[in-house]
Design a protein around this ligand. Structure first.
Ligand SMILES: [Zn+2]
Length: 695
């Protein structure tokens, strides 16, 4: 899974609580479900083929709040108890016998399955999708919270024929059932339950083939066909690169990528079926600043590291996230060059060093470590391991590890053992330094960067000279600037030493016409010197939504008399899918005195409308922030905010709850919210009533 970078929380602890049952092996599951999107219920039958390895007098499955209809063992009714957390089948299971266990049930999942857009008036925005990791598939299917139980799941799903249903495996057939349709998927290899997934919505797809002929389905909303190319740019290249680099064929039948609205993370690597946030659906301009390439490569790498070989528990989480982060970096190195790779390692080294300096460094084998540790320190550990063992041994070790533990589970020690065997090297020093040690070994990391990267060697040299030299900074900076062609190094120099740079230097740098260098200047500038006004105004034309947004705001602040001109020239720009530029533009237009007075009302209505649940939560949150600064909220916005307090993404739920608490402290808002109670649904009403009583 890939978190947005600002989220550092650990979902791992909860995984540790899963029970373990090692005397029974569940081999195959035929799952047959139908979904009612209005009631948010799933009615299903699952038939497990299982084998008792020893004699046992019961078996159990995890099942969160499922309602049991009937349970049959070898086609006979069997005594079952349902605790609300698990289903226990009471029967003597004889050693080495195979059994067929059929469970009919109804689920009304409060998590793991998310229903979006089914209660509004907009047609085409309806979605249903799952998130199994950290959320537990056992909320919609009797299955296994324990990752070590690997099963071959074949999913059959019956739904409205007007939608597209996507799930793990090969779509082997569909069948019309008066108005409904049944989609049948077939898997051939086993996986852990948390990787089982489906996604339903209005989708089109573009299919491409890997070099080896593996089908890769790129799903998109019907209205987004022009965004398929920039969104999925380099998908085939990444797939082919990973197969070649890892040296083990992609382990599943096909690969699908499906964007969904208001996803909980950046992406999730369900087996062969990656689900990702549709904020990564973007045009060619957006691609330059923040694209899907890294998340795309990360989830794809998980198909080997996580899906094929799965951790035993959270103490081996490095085997998932460190590996996916590292292989995504290698893919980016292949696409964007060696220096790109080292700059990324440098950025994460700085973050990790800060964590260490704050005394918050974490060991990679700590199941409660943060994402920064699992992902970035994890990638660093592999980078250093490869340097120590050499490419050939590293690759050979990775291949042996994947072959030995493929479709099974492994621990960190299992991995280290394979690497030691193949290289005939004692890795206990490496293990202590990179996996057990809480501190990030920054000195060692820096040595590696300086040795391999021309850019970083220069950058560290520049830093040292500036610190120790008595001559002025700019002449040192100019020397380094003049001797490099690297845009990354130049951008870094600007961000680090902006205050030391003269107007002449900035004119020259802006004149380079390099979007990246110019963006670094846009981000770094505060006060825009009058002499450079027209140079800075030209940044509004740059092909970067970050540059445009930053400069629209800074120019508007710096030059009040030209506000109308800045607004006129940026009127038609939307920005990213989170509408960053449009939302800022509306706010500035409303704040600019005498700007298009006839349209003021329309602009207010538009901005105010963006708090509605029909928009993604990123758009809603920014709209709330701007409205709060501007003129406050209409009743409609208050209802949207109350709706936000029940949102399925914790970031937006928390934001909405905090803002609502602030509003409730004001008498006027308190009274208005009290009057709005008649318009709330049951869940919202319960939440608000508690708030009104408790404060
Ligand atoms: Zn991941």
């Amino acid at each position: 899974m890939k978190y947005p970078l600002f989220v550092f929380l650990s979902l791992i602890t909860v995984m540790l609580s899963a029970q373990h049952q090692d005397k029974v092996d569940f081999l195959r599951a035929k799952v047959d479900i139908s979904i009612d999107p209005k009631l948010e219920t799933i009615t299903g039958t699952v038939t497990y083929e299982l084998k008792a390895l020893q004699k046992v007098d019961s078996v159990f499955l995890d099942a969160q709040n499922l309602q049991l209809i009937e349970t049959r063992l070898n086609n006979k009714k069997v005594k079952t108890t349902n605790s609300g957390k698990s289903i226990i089948v009471h029967k003597t299971f004889k050693a080495n016998r195979s059994y067929s266990l059929e469970i009919k049930y109804v689920a009304n999942p409060k998590q793991t399955v998310y229903f979006l857009g089914w209660s509004d008036d907009i047609s085409g925005n309806e979605q249903i999708w799952t998130q199994g990791q950290g959320k537990y598939t056992s909320h919609w299917l009797p299955s296994f919270d324990d990752m070590t139980e690997k099963v071959e799941f074949d999913l059959n799903l019956t739904f409205d024929k007007n939608y597209e249903v996507i799930a793990n495996g090969d779509l082997i057939g569909t069948k019309d059932l008066d108005g409904l349709k049944k989609w049948s998927f077939n898997m051939v290899k086993p996986m852990s339950s948390y990787l089982l997934a489906f996604s339903i919505g209005d989708y089109h797809k573009k299919q491409i083939l890997s070099n080896r002929g593996v089908p890769i389905d790129l799903y998109h909303y019907p209205s987004d066909s022009s965004l398929v190319e920039p969104t999925y740019r380099f998908t085939k290249e990444i797939f082919d690169f990973l197969e070649k680099e890892i040296g083990v064929d992609y382990p599943w039948q096909n690969y699908k990528e499906i964007p969904v609205r208001d996803f909980l993370y950046a992406g999730m690597e369900n087996t062969g079926t990656t689900i990702f946030s549709d904020t990564y659906v973007m045009d060619s301009i957006a691609f330059k600043d923040r694209n899907y390439v890294n998340v795309n490569a990360h989830e794809m790498a998980h198909q080997w590291f996580g899906d094929l070989v799965t951790e035993v528990d959270g103490s081996s989480h490095w085997l998932h996230e460190g590996f996916a982060t590292y292989y995504a970096l290698l893919a980016e190195k292949e696409l964007f060059g060696k220096e790109y790779y080292y700059w990324k390692l440098y950025e994460s080294a700085i973050q990790l060093q800060e964590l260490t300096n704050k005394g918050k460094g974490e060991a990679l084998i700590d199941p409660k470590a943060s994402s920064l540790t699992f992902y970035e320190k994890g990638a660093w550990a592999l980078h250093m391991l490869r340097e120590q063992l050499g490419e050939e041994n590293f690759r050979k070790g990775i291949q042996q590890y994947l072959k030995k533990y493929g479709y099974k589970n492994a621990t960190v020690d299992d991995f280290i053992n394979e690497m030691e065997l193949v290289s005939n090297t004692d890795l206990s020093a490496f293990r202590n330094r990179w996996l057990v040690n809480k501190e990030f070994p920054f000195g060692e990391a820096k040595t590696s960067l300086v040795r391999e990267s021309e850019d970083l060697k220069n950058f560290f040299g520049l830093q040292r000279e500036v610190m120790t030299s008595s001559i002025d900074n700019e002449s040192i900076i100019k020397r380094y600037w003049g001797s490099t062609k690297s845009d990354q190094l130049k951008s870094q120099i600007i961000k680090t030493y902006f205050k030391s740079l003269s107007e002449d230097f900035l004119i020259e740098a802006l004149g380079s016409n390099n979007v990246m260098v110019r963006q670094a200047i846009a981000i770094s500038v505060g006060q825009i010197p009058l002499n450079l006004k027209s140079e800075f105004e030209s940044l509004l034309e740059d092909e970067s939504y970050i540059t445009k947004e930053t400069m629209l705001y800074k120019l508007w602040i710096n030059y009040p008399s030209d506000r109308a001109n800045y607004l006129d020239s940026t009127k038609s720009i939307i920005g990213y899918s989170n509408r960053n530029i449009r939302l800022l533009w509306l706010t500035l237009a409303l704040l600019t005195k005498d700007y298009e007075p006839n349209n003021t009302n329309d602009y207010y209505v538009e901005l105010s409308g963006y708090t509605s649940p029909v928009y993604t939560y990123e758009v809603r949150q920014v709209a709330f922030q701007f409205l709060e600064e501007l003129i406050g909220f209409l009743d409609k916005n208050l209802l949207d905010l109350i709706n936000g307090t029940q949102h399925h993404t914790w970031q937006f739920r928390k934001y909405s709850r905090t803002l609502l608490d602030q509003l409730l402290e004001k008498k006027e808002y308190r009274e208005r919210i009290d009057r709005l109670k008649v318009k709330l649904n049951e869940r919202e009403l319960r939440y608000i009533s508690n708030k009104l009583i408790s404060e």
